[in-house]
Write a protein that binds this ligand. Structure first.
Ligand SMILES: C[S@@+](CC[C@H](N)C(=O)[O-])C[C@H]1O[C@@H](n2cnc3c(N)ncnc32)[C@H](O)[C@@H]1O
Length: 298
């Protein structure tokens, strides 16, 4: 991926000091507030992964939020240091499609990485290209509590005060993916194509619900509502489903890889330790997804 390695290095130094991913002040405050606010209880593994109740959401925030948040950021550093993002920053806003958003994990990670990138640009003395930015998101989830918590976290992020961004347009979509494509396309048609299309940890429910081919077809259609010139598709999945991940990427004509990420652990049982996780990801220009060559919003 074409990018500025020195900017990528400064972004990483801020977000992952000494190569350990660490939460910045605002997302950490949001996570801690959520853990205090939501009721703690034993829940099933299914409910913890796909929360539908406040108790399930508490368990998800505890076990998965920080991990998935860092994996999203780690996968997008090179994009944020690329000429494609520079053009987005000049335009003044970024548009995100977050499929199977949960409590808007990818959207928050992206908003926060915009802040880190602006801080890195300022640190490097390139102040002129580091003004304020707006973040617009379309959140798609079938779980009511995920959409509600996601909206609430994004709104609270704005109250951080000193952030150089504002999360402006938050559009929730409760229709199951890939029926939700109609809404994604309508939103893009009325506003702007998506710069980033993210699907974090949704391969299992979606390929079980509709089958791998229909899931890949849905991603195809989503990509057509994105910026063919500069936009990116991001897929993230745990390493235990590497075969499925590779199979979906193969259908999309994108490359699949595994990555290691060392992070501070933020679950309530295990504070202040570090852990390395291996995960699967695919980060591809939208123009490279199965031969698509240009933005084509209907
Ligand atoms: C494991 S969570 C992942 C949340 C978030 N993307 C992340 O990376 O942490 C998967 C989410 O997909 C949602 N989901 C399941 N089936 C869906 C569908 N057909 N359309 C949209 N979302 C769906 C679930 O409600 C759940 O919130």
């Amino acid at each position: 991926m074409e990018h500025d390695p020195s900017l990528a290095a400064v972004i990483r130094e801020i977000a992952a000091p000494n190569a350990v991913w660490t939460m910045q002040e605002t997302p950490l405050r949001l996570l801690e507030e959520a853990l205090r606010r939501l009721p703690k209880a034993e829940v099933s593994d299914e409910e913890r992964r796909y929360p539908t109740t406040p108790q399930g959401m508490r368990a998800f925030m505890d076990g998965f939020f920080a991990r998935h948040f860092f994996q999203t950021q780690d996968s997008l550093v090179e994009y944020f240091a690329s000429p494609a993002f520079e053009a987005v920053a000049r335009r003044g806003y970024i548009h995100v499609a977050d499929v199977g958003s949960g409590p808007s994990v990818a959207s928050l990670a992206i908003a926060d990485l915009v802040c880190t990138t602006i801080a890195a640009i300022r640190q490097m003395g390139r102040i002129r290209s580091a003004g304020r930015m707006a973040v617009h998101v379309a959140l798609n989830d079938t779980s009511e509590i995920c959409l509600a918590e996601g909206r609430s976290l994004l709104k609270r992020y704005n109250r951080g005060g000193n952030e150089p961004i504002s999360i402006r347009r938050i559009i929730p979509i409760s229709t199951p993916f890939s029926n939700s494509i109609t809404q994604f396309r309508r939103i893009a048609g009325m506003t702007e194509p998506y710069d980033l299309c993210c699907l974090g940890y949704v391969m299992i429910p979606l390929s079980e619900q509709v089958g791998a081919q229909a899931f890949a077809d849905g991603i195809h259609q989503l990509v057509q509502a994105g910026h063919g010139n500069g936009g990116r598709l991001l897929l993230i999945q745990d390493r235990f489903h590497e075969n499925l991940h590779r199979q979906i990427c193969h259908r999309l004509g994108t490359s699949a890889e595994t990555a290691d990420l060392k992070q501070r652990v933020y679950d309530s049982e295990n504070q202040n330790s570090e852990h390395t996780y291996t995960y699967c990801r695919s980060r591809s220009p939208l123009s490279k997804v199965s031969g698509l060559t240009h933005s084509a919003v209907a």
